[in-house]
Design a protein around this ligand. Structure first.
Ligand code: KG4
Ligand code: ZN
Length: 363
């Protein structure tokens, strides 16, 4: 562990700049964030936030290819860090810590970000602060609404890799309430987009197509919707879309879908996902007795989901926090959660490793 005293920086007020790095999946991100030094309080803000998306590299495969993702992070990480520093007008020597997402994610991708962060921490003799990507997604709500009280809350992370509900007692105290037993919601969007030949990433493409369709045209399944269990399943829904398009095995193939039918399928699929997500959030709020709901992850960029959440929140008299689009998808500003560690004087050893899997309770 490093003993660099970040409570006594020369020339800074109660806030200090840190560099945050994000390479959990297929976005290479670096951000310079300004926030409370050790012992101080306050919500950080973003000086710069640079994201290099790899979607063009993965689009012809219809999903993220881990080996390609790791190699792309390697070529992009240093220019992205340079760009984030230049945009912020901050030099390497001014940084007071380097934060990096170390879990969950693709191992090869995580390792690139962590190695860069370790090298900088060692060379600059500043603390390394490892953070949890999912805690970062939920903290984006606090970043987006600095003047509001966000915690304690129910947190839903809904992305390409996750559909998980948490009881967030604080920014670093997320207790797992339940999650998907098969696909993540974003993954279902991506797979259905591929079935409908809409391209990758699927979420925005399905949303655009759905805007032209009838969400009631097909009665797709909504798993566990009538159960109290806080669990999700999207594989049956995906299969239902496939059977609608291709016919059930052993039966005649469905008639080739025209543009209106494609739009109706997209709209009905999206509605089924939205209904389940909103219903489970509502149940989690009821079961925990909490009155605040925070949403994070790429699927939170979906307009139909956002408006259904706002309607539920108004009816149920709860507060809902949804970050602006650019904080929903993967980006390094999620590393703002690292200030919660910095201000408590918590840093990470230089031999820390990445973790592919999900933690179900606070570290
Ligand atoms: O959080 P994120 O950027 O990366 C992961 O951690 O997975 O989320 C990416 C996921 C993808 O599956 C993408 O299709 C989905 O979020 N997504 C959307 C929308 N925008 C992105 N899903 C539905 N509607 C959208 N507008
Ligand atoms: Zn994510």
């Amino acid at each position: 562990m490093y003993s660099t005293d970040v409570s006594e920086g020369a020339g800074w007020g109660p806030e200090v700049p840190i560099l945050a790095i994000e390479t959990t999946c297929d976005e290479t991100g670096a951000a310079v964030l300004m926030g409370p030094r050790a012992g101080a309080t306050g919500v950080p803000w973003v000086l710069s936030n640079v994201v290099a998306s790899q979607f063009e590299l993965h689009s012809r495969f219809g999903g993220v290819v881990p080996e390609i993702a790791a190699r792309a992070h390697l070529t992009q990480i240093l220019p992205i860090i340079d760009q984030a520093l230049a945009d912020a007008g901050i030099s390497l020597g001014q940084l007071k810590a380097v934060a990096v997402a170390v879990r969950p994610g693709l191992v090869g991708s995580l390792v690139v970000g962590l190695s860069a962060a370790k090298a900088l921490a060692l060379a600059l003799q500043i603390p390394l602060i490892a953070f949890d990507h999912l805690e970062g997604h939920l903290y984006a709500c606090q970043l987006a609404y600095p003047e509001r009280t966000v915690y304690p809350c129910v947190g839903l992370v809904v992305s390409g890799g996750h559909t998980h509900l948490y009881h967030c007692k604080g920014p670093l105290e997320a207790e797992f309430l339940g999650g998907t037993i098969d696909d993540a919601a974003g993954e279902a969007f991506d797979k259905v987009a591929s079935m409908l030949a809409l391209g990758f990433p699927g979420g925005p493409a399905v949303e655009r197509t759905a805007s032209l369709g009838n969400p009631k045209a097909y009665a797709f399944p909504r798993a566990f919707i009538h159960e109290d269990r806080l669990a999700f399943s999207f594989s049956g829904l995906k299969t239902a879309v496939l059977y609608t398009l291709k016919g059930k095995p052993g039966q005649l193939a469905a008639v080739a879908a025209g543009p209106q039918q494609i739009s109706d399928i997209a709209a009905s699929f999206q509605q089924a996902v939205v209904d389940v997500l909103v219903r489970k959030c509502h149940q989690a709020l009821r079961q925990t007795g909490l009155r605040r709901l925070s949403i994070g992850g790429g699927v939170a960029a979906n307009g139909a989901f956002r408006s259904a959440l706002l309607t539920m929140a108004e009816r149920s008299k709860v507060e809902v926090f949804i970050p602006p689009m650019h904080f929903c998808t993967d980006n390094a500003a999620l590393g703002a959660v690292a200030f919660e560690k910095l201000r408590r004087g918590i840093d990470s050893p230089l031999d820390i490793d990445v973790e592919a899997g999900l933690r179900r309770s606070p570290a």
